[in-house]
Design a protein around this ligand. Structure first.
Ligand SMILES: Cc1cc2nc3c(=O)[nH]c(=O)nc-3n(C[C@H](O)[C@H](O)[C@H](O)COP(=O)(O)O)c2cc1C
Ligand code: SF4
Ligand code: SF4
Length: 194
């Protein structure tokens, strides 16, 4: 919603204060790069106390120093140009989740999330042993498991190169950009073509 306000011609340029779910400096950074000039925190401060704000300031400051950002103006709205509407996403972009077995702590969150709300593409047991691995013939690349994994960079999305066989569809990855506005399953696109 913050990014929508930041990029909509009617609201573009309005000062935005981001709020809702900010708990860590990373959350704050995401709000800022998507257009917020500052953030507000309620639940996290109630749960963990005001010291959490100091942790956010320290984390954000270290990250900004590492990236060479001098002040909030350097980062506010910086990622807004990367935002697109879903119908323009490249349907021929295929990526599969990959689990770094050395980093995995076997908490099982990825399995539960994928099993219950996505595509049942992550194992829980292999040969009777607790083991979390992505089944490429089931993975649709929704990214959900990456978001729930508590270990940074343990699950990564690996794009398939053009021409590679997508085990899920049984078809090679098409190198051409194609979006929903031209997709044959889209009745409006079919009508326009006819
Ligand atoms: C226990 C509680 C009490 C709240 N009281 C108010 C309030 O009196 N006025 C208000 O505008 N928002 C109130 N809020 C909403 C918060 O200001 C904030 O918008 C919301 O919790 C989302 O931010 P957060 O994810 O950082 O908690 C309250 C939220 C909580 C959890
Ligand atoms: S990207 Fe989606 S479908 Fe693939 S393993 Fe992760 S949660 Fe399952
Ligand atoms: S959520 Fe991450 S750490 Fe937990 S089992 Fe899955 S890959 Fe391993």
């Amino acid at each position: 919603m913050v990014a929508e306000i930041a990029r909509d011609p009617e609201t573009y340029g309005l000062p935005i204060s981001g709020i809702g779910g900010v708990t860590t400096w990373r959350d704050a950074a995401e709000f800022l790069v998507l257009g917020a000039g500052n953030v507000q925190v309620c639940t996290a401060a109630m749960t963990y106390g005001f010291k959490i704000v100091q942790e956010m300031i320290t984390g954000l400051s270290d990250w900004m120093d590492a990236k060479g950002h001098r002040n909030l103006n350097d980062i506010t709205g910086r990622a807004v140009p990367n935002i697109s509407d879903w119908q323009y996403l490249n349907l021929n972009y295929v990526a599969k989740a990959h689990i770094d077995q050395d980093a995995c702590i076997k908490c099982g969150r990825c399995h539960i999330a994928c099993e219950d709300t996505s595509h049942q593409a992550i194992t829980q047991f292999v040969d009777g042993i607790r083991h979390f691995e992505v089944m490429e013939d089931e993975c649709v690349g929704c990214n959900l498991c990456v978001n729930v994994c508590p270990v940074q960079d343990c699950i990564t999305m690996v794009p398939l190169a053009a021409g590679t066989l997508d085990e899920r569809t049984g078809k090679p990855v098409d190198a051409n950009y194609a979006n929903w506005t031209t997709h044959p399953n889209n009745p409006m696109a079919r009508q326009a073509a006819e």
